[in-house]
Ligand binder design. Structure first.
Ligand SMILES: Cc1cc2nc3c(=O)[nH]c(=O)nc-3n(C[C@H](O)[C@H](O)[C@H](O)COP(=O)(O)OP(=O)(O)OC[C@H]3O[C@@H](n4cnc5c(N)ncnc54)[C@H](O)[C@@H]3O)c2cc1C
Length: 392
């Protein structure tokens, strides 16, 4: 059996579904779109395992602009993603991100804040006294300062955003196919067809690789060496006896982060670079919570001395080994193979702008809004890393 689509998107997570929505909604594009997703329950995908954070506090201009669009899109999702009278509820909590510094990192916070404000973000620099006044639950005794983003920063429900993109894309005639892409047929430097595990072949005009942690295997089929690998991260859910109000997503100088989640809190930390092996399992590490995260949190927020761990989950970053930034664009030597991979922990908030960017590339052959050419695969070939200082 075979069918033909103008665009085949591999992977129907938040990025693939956003790309499908933006392309289907793009007036300049009138072709057919299929999204191939091997597991529509998304049991192991990164999207539903995300912490849902969105912020403009990045050090790379593109990332600031990308998330800025993400925030405005999320805020107006009811308008863009409603199907009929049904508007999605993304539960966006605009409660801010708070980066803390003990001294060494203060210069970076100051430099980043200048750049963020130039690009329209509302980041505030705060002294320890200002922090203590605004966040009375915070231990500021060893802090040199912090940066706080009260506008367009906070968190949302990742699964709801994914489902909203998916539902809207389907309403715009995108075809979702439950199957696994098992290979690509190439001819004269182009992808001719996408082969599915079921035996079906999909002839295609273009292919978009949105396969998350699996993207590097798919890229290898067209001869691309994509430096993206699965790196495990843990999220711990705990209950705090004391009631705290006005808690933003707070990042301790150690890298430990915490934010409210309903009546509870969630927290986590990224490991040191040398202690971060590739991993595809979901085994949990409770020692990390007991030995590092909890003591750090209890120092930073004294109320967290009396907490109870409720549960935890693991998920995988699609980690870009070169520079922890997305690799987006068309493959240099395969004119109809597009990719958006290697989000390294910020793909949820980037999904609206990245979906829009992919639709621009496909519909117009170039970016129309945010210029993401620096994030193309060419930088991998040239070894030109674009370092993002604020990877959480
Ligand atoms: C613990 C954790 C916390 C995070 N916190 C944040 C955060 O606070 N803010 C933020 O912005 N981001 C965060 N992220 C990152 C974010 O979740 C990801 O960057 C984003 O979800 C990536 O979306 P995706 O669609 O590329 O990948 P996925 O959601 O993984 O989707 C990829 C899909 O491709 C499918 N697929 C793969 N191979 C094939 C194939 N051969 N055939 C068919 N289908 C295939 C998979 O089944 C999967 O559903 C976090 C991630 C984790 C793990």
């Amino acid at each position: 059996m075979s069918r033909t689509f103008d665009v085949v998107i591999i992977g129907g997570g938040v990025v693939g579904s956003s790309a499908a929505y933006f392309l289907a909604a793009e007036q300049a594009f009138t072709g057919s779109i299929a999204v191939i997703e091997r597991d529509p329950t998304y049991a192991e995908a990164a999207t539903p395992r995300s912490a849902g954070g969105i912020r403009q506090q990045f050090s790379t201009p593109e990332n600031i602009l990308i998330s800025s669009f993400g925030a405005s899109f999320v805020k107006s999702a009811a308008e863009h993603l409603a199907v009929g009278n049904e508007a999605p509820e993304l539960n966006f909590r605009e409660d801010g991100y708070l980066f803390l510094s003990t001294g060494a990192g203060l210069r970076t916070l100051i430099d980043n804040q200048q750049l963020q404000r130039q690009l329209g973000a509302g980041t505030l620099l705060m002294t320890p006294a200002e922090l203590a006044e605004r966040f009375p639950w915070l231990n500021c005794t060893d802090l040199a300062g912090g940066s706080f983003g009260p506008v367009n920063e906070g968190w949302l429900d990742p699964y709801s955003l994914l489902q909203a993109f998916r539902r809207k894309a389907r309403s715009l005639d995108v075809t979702y196919i439950q199957d696994e892409v098992s290979g690509l047929d190439m001819a004269q430097g182009r992808v001719n067809a996408v082969k599915l595990r079921s035996g079906e072949t999909l002839h295609c005009g273009s292919v978009v690789n949105c396969a998350g942690v699996n993207a590097w295997r798919i890229a290898a089929w067209v001869g691309l060496d994509l430096p993206v690998r699965p790196r495990k991260r843990f999220v711990y859910v705990f209950d705090c006896r004391e009631e705290l109000t006005g808690v933003p997503l707070t990042i301790d100088p150690s890298g430990v982060w915490v934010r409210p989640e309903g009546a509870n809190f969630i927290c986590g930390v990224s490991p040191e670079e040398g202690n971060d092996p590739d991993s595809t399992d979901f085994e949990l590490d409770y020692r990390l919570f007991e030995e590092l995260i909890w003591p750090t949190l209890a120092h930073r927020v004294p109320a967290f001395e009396a907490i109870k761990l409720i549960r935890a989950w693991a998920g995988h970053y699609d980690y870009n080994l070169l520079d922890q930034n997305v690799i987006i664009g068309v493959a240099p030597h395969v004119a109809n193979f597009y990719m958006a991979n290697g989000f390294s922990g910020h793909g949820l908030q980037q999904s609206p702008a990245i979906g829009r960017a992919l639709s621009e590339l496909i519909a117009y052959g170039g970016y129309r809004t945010i210029d993401l050419r620096r994030f193309g695969y060419e930088r991998v070939l040239n070894g030109q890393a674009i370092r993002e200082a604020n990877v959480v």
